[in-house]
Write a protein that binds this ligand. Structure first.
Ligand SMILES: NC(=O)c1ccc[n+]([C@@H]2O[C@H](COP(=O)([O-])OP(=O)(O)OC[C@H]3O[C@@H](n4cnc5c(N)ncnc54)[C@H](O)[C@@H]3O)[C@@H](O)[C@H]2O)c1
Length: 410
């Protein structure tokens, strides 16, 4: 999978696709800002576009919506030669990927991520999923996009809360960096038969990652909301089509150095995710580390009926999982403090939203751990941070996790 810019979108799709139909799956917010722009791109080409627009919410990842997308594909006679464009954040990516993987046993999928979270994480690696009453991503598949278009200009219309939510995944990668470097190095040095492309990819990625420290970048990141001016952007942005390079877009309002840092974060995280997925495509081994913060995070998301964002839940999840690590004498207090401070830079990981007073709510959080996909019989794999941006995968009895969690919540 490679990243391409929007201007090459049509020619790349033309090259890769024999059919002439594309279904654009998106949500109401993305539609408002960009759908005309995307549709216009295809106007003078042979490709015919249709769009399906969902309400922007986690609940869009449902069976009912899968059926809606499938019925459009059938009714409009989409063939295997046609394709689906996932145009939006992680929710849109997850449901579009799932449908693309099952319609006619798989049609071409193109990701155009529009949130920070989707750019750094969810649009890479081919995990798709929808939620059920039991929990998040209970049904899904592994299905990689044919390519993804990385255009960071989309971030200009993202609201502050969603920007912070994406930063939670960036912070997660920062705390995984040394483990990823070590694992990739071992694989690279021990594998004498890599093809030229893989050899170059591993070598260049390792050289790049060894010269950059994401934790250092995030520690020094001075997140100044006044400077970023998200509200102004929302207020001023025309509700109709936006020309991606127009001045109305207000990108200039944002200090260049801030955006240089955000772009750097996207680059570093994308490389880390690609490396991990190359080593373990199906989540059987090292890929599990990407779940740091997600066991508790998913449980929180469900307990809050998805009224908190994925990133907010993961941020709190990383803190709680580090606390569990401390109780087990694996994580140090210094690691916890460093994590908390970096999260705090982005107003993430605030304990008050655990609603500690409410017994029933505490039980809900604890019991919702039961729907975690990483449960294996009586045990669960938790990702616990150790020193210097390293983590370990620790198999723990669920009973023990619940007991520690109860202590922490009290
Ligand atoms: N498949 C994976 O590997 C993977 C990895 C991490 C997370 N996820 C999933 O991703 C989802 C979270 O993704 P998300 O945080 O992108 O949420 P999201 O898709 O709900 O988008 C967040 C909000 O931003 C709005 N939005 C999107 N792009 C915008 C833009 N450019 N300008 C203005 N508003 C915009 C959306 O309408 C929505 O309201 C969760 O369902 C999570 O489970 C999947």
């Amino acid at each position: 999978m490679k990243d391409i810019k929007l201007e090459f979108l049509i020619s790349e799709i033309k090259k890769s696709q024999q059919g002439n139909k594309l279904l654009i799956v998106t949500d109401r917010n993305v539609e408002k800002f960009y759908i005309r722009h995307i549709e216009n791109l295809f106007k003078n080409s042979k490709i015919e576009t249709q769009s399906i627009i969902f309400e922007p919410e986690e609940e869009l990842k449902s069976w009912q919506n899968v059926m809606k997308i499938l019925s459009i594909l059938e009714n409009k006679n989409f063939s295997k030669a046609d394709g689906i464009v996932a145009f939006g954040g992680g929710t849109i990516g997850d449901i579009s990927g799932f449908v693309a993987s099952i319609y006619m046993r798989g049609i071409k999928l193109y990701h155009i991520p529009t949130t920070l979270l989707a750019m750094v994480d969810s649009s890479i690696g081919g995990k798709t999923g929808i939620n059920t009453l039991k929990g998040k991503n209970q049904i899904g598949s592994f299905y990689s996009a044919y390519f993804r278009v990385l255009e960071t200009e989309f971030l200009k219309t993202l609201d502050e809360r969603e920007f912070r939510s994406g930063m939670a995944e960036v912070i997660k990668y920062a705390f995984l960096q040394s483990t990823i470097i070590k694992e990739v190095e071992q694989y690279f040095n021990g594998n004498k038969f890599l093809g030229k492309n893989d050899f170059n990819f591993f070598k260049e990625s390792l050289d790049f990652l060894k010269n950059i420290n994401l934790v250092d970048i995030l520690e020094s990141f001075n997140f100044n909301e006044d400077e970023i001016c998200f509200d102004d952007i929302k207020f001023n942005a025309p509700s109709e089509e936006i020309s991606l390079n127009s001045e109305a877009f207000l990108f200039n309002e944002i200090n260049n150095s801030t955006f240089t840092i955000i772009n750097k974060c996207i680059e570093v995280c994308s490389i880390m995710k690609r490396l991990v997925v190359k080593l373990d495509n199906k989540d059987d081994g090292i890929r599990k580390i990407l779940n740091f913060g997600h066991t508790i995070g998913h449980s929180l998301e469900k307990s809050f009926d998805y009224k908190i964002t994925h990133g907010e839940a993961v941020a709190m999840g990383m803190k709680v999982e580090t606390l569990i690590g401390m109780r087990m004498k694996i994580s140090s207090k210094e690691t916890f403090i460093k994590l908390s401070q970096i999260l705090q830079n982005f107003k993430l990981g605030n304990e008050s939203f655990l609603n500690l007073e409410n017994e029933e709510f505490k039980n809900k959080i604890i019991n919702n751990i039961n729907s975690d996909k990483k449960i294996n019989g009586q045990d669960i794999d938790l990702i616990i941070p150790v020193k210097n941006n390293k983590v370990i995968i620790k198999c723990i009895e669920i009973k023990e996790v619940k007991e520690i969690l109860m202590e922490i919540l009290n």
